[in-house]
Write a protein that binds this ligand. Structure first.
Ligand code: PYC
Length: 436
């Protein structure tokens, strides 16, 4: 059964991107403020670091900010500090391709990411901040009988979980994406696709800023340029963190970092089964909007979407070596261009504007690691491989519930660290960068 499309919750008033926690501007005032930059109020405060908090969140990306936001909003916990050695959204939360979808392969994954899609659907209204969530539809192409079978398998799991997802053929694909070459004579013929209408993209910076502003408005403190140097543990329990701005006492510390998740967990001696690989992406010059869907080819290791500004955003598979480097490479550009042109030959004269890399903390089963650890008070929300951005809202919501109630929510119970020791892996082959 395919669930009816959810209506975004009404009643939230969008007050635009204006700063100020409860600012309301008329159109005229917005223009006036826009012309005079100095007058814009700060979107979140700069606070002195206190010596004690109830919760310290390490990492001011979407996961850390969402955790803090839901702690304050859903559980009334606002003695919370979010620390980041850089700036809000300056890590992987600003280095992704902002794709949102829930058409995974495992029932555990599908349920989890579907809750995220649901939260994204209401997030502009909840945060009173336009996150530009565009549910334009998501197509995963199949170029072989084997991958067509995997798409059919995913579609069936998706439908059983109430997700709008089905396998469609080349004619329907051509109708949805006229620029795609679905002819017979290509090297990688398009035999079909997994079509997931609720999938799409968000404006990732807006999500980061919206959560930061919402958390700050509820009393959470966001401390940028504050590096965690160590985490103190006494008698098997967390007692606080040492930072380059001083020590903080706290009974709960949550590791919400990406790219360096193992280094923070190492501070308390909890080893994470994570290997970090770069994933490169690139964006073109803007052109008139012609691409109405997100198009993915697992076989060709490429995905493409078009932003509202008209740029094409491309991403690839993870680089085949472990590294913390975020430099782009010529190999990536050459391969990307070759693969994109296999799919859409008409793009041959488009120019790339820039490229970047994010760091993917890959786990052995392509599922995240969430929940408690052997050190009391040290929680993790890490191992986000190629699926972190889309999971931000649900990860924040469930981690906040765990911290506030001490009970692990059902949605994240499959993703505990203990699964690796107990052999309960959640092999998520619907994740990007996993061979189909
Ligand atoms: O899961 O859709 C995805 C994705 C695309 C790029 C990285 N992950």
């Amino acid at each position: 059964m395919v669930r009816a499309k959810r209506e975004p919750r009404s009643g939230g008033k969008l007050h635009g991107f204006a700063g100020g926690r409860s600012a309301r501007y008329s159109a005229f005032e917005l223009v006036r403020h826009g012309m005079r930059h100095g007058e814009w109020p700060r979107v979140w405060r700069e606070c002195d670091l206190r010596s004690t908090y109830d919760v310290v969140v390490v990492g001011a990306g979407i996961h850390g900010l969402a955790t803090a936001y839901y702690l304050a909003t859903n559980h009334g916990m606002s003695r919370v500090a979010v620390l980041d050695r850089g700036y809000v959204g300056g890590g992987n939360s600003g280095r992704n391709t902002a794709i949102v979808r829930s058409n995974y392969l495992t029932p555990e994954g599908v349920r989890f990411y579907d809750r995220s899609v649901e939260l994204y659907e209401h997030l502009s209204a909840d945060l009173n901040f336009n996150i530009m969530f565009s549910q334009r539809g998501h197509l995963t192409l199949a170029h072989s009988d084997a991958s067509l079978r995997t798409m059919a398998w995913r579609a069936e799991v998706n439908k059983l979980e109430g997700i709008d997802s089905s396998v469609i053929g080349p004619e329907e694909i051509k109708r949805l994406v006229p620029y795609l070459d679905v002819s017979d004579g290509t090297r990688y013929p398009v035999l079909g696709a997994l079509y997931h209408p609720p999938g799409g993209t968000v404006r990732h910076d807006a999500v980061n800023w919206g959560y930061a502003r919402g958390a700050d408005a509820r009393g959470v403190e966001i401390h940028q340029r504050t590096e965690v140097l160590g985490i103190d543990v006494e008698g098997g329990k967390v007692t606080g963190v040492r930072t380059d701005r001083g020590r903080i006492s706290a009974p709960v510390v949550v590791n919400c970092t990406a790219g360096h998740a193992t280094l923070v967990s190492d501070m308390v001696g909890v080893r994470m089964p994570v290997i970090t690989h770069p994933l490169q992406a690139a964006v073109t010059e803007p052109v008139k909007v012609f691409l109405d869907a997100v198009v993915v080819s697992g076989t060709l290791h490429v995905y493409v979407s078009q932003t509202d500004r008209g740029e094409l955003v491309f991403g690839a598979s993870t680089d085949p070596f472990a590294s913390y480097s975020m430099r782009g490479s010529l190999e990536f550009t050459e391969e990307l261009a070759g693969h994109v042109l296999e799919l859409m030959p008409a793009l041959s004269r488009m120019r790339l504007l820039r490229q970047w890399a994010g760091l993917c903390d890959m786990t052995p089963d392509f599922s995240p690691i969430m929940g408690v650890t052997p050190v009391e008070g040290f929680l993790v929300d890490v191992g986000w491989g190629t699926y972190g951005y889309k999971a931000g809202p649900v990860a924040g919501e469930t981690m906040a519930e765990l911290i506030a109630t001490g009970r692990t929510p059902e949605l994240i119970s499959p993703f505990g660290l203990d699964r690796f020791g107990e052999g309960r892996l959640v092999g998520e082959k619907g994740a990007a960068s996993v061979g189909h």
